[in-house]
Design a protein around this ligand. Structure first.
Ligand SMILES: [Zn+2]
Ligand SMILES: [Zn+2]
Length: 414
């Protein structure tokens, strides 16, 4: 994998619109407020801040609230303006109706999710538990013990399935009832931790990102068990967002790389790697095949695999490298000589574009109505990117801003 070459970035590049020099410490979650020029951030420095864009084009903190502990995660529901914040001390602060933060975990809360339709607050923690509470009564409804601590959580409202991705590398699918849950199945495809999950309820596809640098698209709706791999990062995948209007998957990694994948193409599954004691092309024995080495007086060779056909081949029969974008290989990978010949220039057309956020990404959020992308970095800066054409008027929102502020201020101060 040493010879990986990045394809040239293409046009349609998201441009940097604003930079927010955020906090004293890292912002663990930040979201763009739809239809308004605002950003909400929660930080390791214990603050919840709302940043609004002024006429000068700069974002200024309009609400500043200090929480009892470092804020590890947050969920913002735009319809109800409800802000749920998970903290390092195992508590989740839900809404104005729940005056006190509730202890939900013994240890840092890793993901929090509010489901308006069920009035549930789902959360996961470093204590390896997944729990759900009633957001109105505060009553704990149920919990599930996970194999390892969880860093990805998604929920399908229609079927009440929760997708839980953990540090053992597996994704657990649970069916939630009001106060009970049952294990549906587990997916295991990553060789590293699951670091991010993204569910597209329309196509019923789940994306999982991992510290093994890969993304897997699990086609749940297709019911054929298809799992498509996407290889486009050189570091741990940090975040995944799906843009339904353009059918693009946006992924980011800890080295600052952002990849925008065109999911409107027919992608193929990668083949299983075949086992063989000798090269499936030239029939030379591999080094553990002592008998054949002895019989034919040949030196054993190292085994490689063609990424396109999965055959076990020697180095000589797989000397070429190619991208195979429809199999998710946007970087050049090893292919056998006959597969190399079969790959056309058309096949090599990239299905993704590559961008550099220029900071190590901690969190990413995509706002679909304007197509804006937010990244929060280890440099404590929040960056908002969008397309150049998008210019919103900053001073017409004054009234909604005040309304929004009052509501969130109210939630924070109770
Ligand atoms: Zn060979
Ligand atoms: Zn091949």
């Amino acid at each position: 994998m040493a010879a990986e070459v990045h394809p040239k970035p293409q046009a349609r590049k998201p441009v940097l619109l604003s930079k927010i020099e955020a906090s004293q410490d890292v912002v663990n979650t930040a979201v763009i407020i739809p239809k308004e020029d605002g950003v909400i951030s929660v930080s390791e420095d214990r603050t919840v801040r709302i940043w609004l864009k002024r006429d000068s084009g700069q974002y200024w903190p309009s609400v500043y609230h200090t929480m009892p502990a470092p804020c590890s995660c947050m969920y913002f529901n735009p319809e109800t303006r409800r802000l749920s914040v998970g903290m390092d001390n195992g508590t989740v602060s839900v809404s104005a109706l729940q005056p006190k933060a509730r202890v939900t975990h013994q240890g840092r809360v890793t993901v929090v999710l509010f489901v308006l339709e069920m009035e549930w607050v789902l959360s996961t923690g470093q204590d390896k538990t997944f729990t759900w509470h009633c957001s109105e009564s505060g009553q704990r409804l149920g919990s599930y013990r996970t194999t390892a601590w969880v860093s990805g959580l998604q929920f399908d409202v229609e079927t009440r399935h929760a997708f839980v991705g953990d540090h053992s590398g597996q994704v657990t699918i649970l069916k939630l009832e009001q106060d009970d849950c049952s294990l549906v199945t587990t997916f295991k495809g990553h060789t590293g931790n699951v670091t991010a999950l993204c569910w597209d309820p329309v196509q019923r596809v789940l994306f999982s990102g991992s510290s093994d640098h890969s993304i897997i698209m699990w086609d749940i709706g297709g019911r054929k068990g298809t799992a498509i791999e996407l290889q486009g990062h050189n570091e741990k995948v940090q975040g995944l967002c799906y843009a339904p209007h353009t059918r693009q998957l946006i992924s980011c990694s800890s080295d600052g790389g952002i990849v925008i994948w065109n999911m409107d193409v027919r992608r193929q599954e990668t083949p299983e790697w075949l086992d063989s004691d000798s090269c499936q092309k030239c029939e030379q024995p591999f080094f553990w095949n002592f008998k054949q080495m002895w019989d034919s007086k040949k030196i054993g060779l190292r085994q490689h695999h063609c990424r396109k056909c999965g055959q076990a081949v020697c180095g000589k029969c797989s000397s070429r490298r190619s991208t195979i974008p429809l199999m998710g290989f946007e970087f050049e990978v090893r292919v056998c000589d006959s597969c190399y010949e079969s790959i056309t220039d058309e096949d090599r057309a990239p299905t993704a574009t590559f961008h550099d956020s220029k900071h190590g990404i901690v969190y990413m959020h995509y706002e679909p109505t304007r197509g804006w992308l937010l990244t929060s970095g280890v440099d404590k800066v929040i960056k908002v990117r969008g397309h150049d054409m998008v210019r919103t008027c900053t001073n017409t929102h004054t009234r909604t801003h005040t309304y929004l502020l009052l509501q969130i201020k109210d939630q924070c101060s109770r």
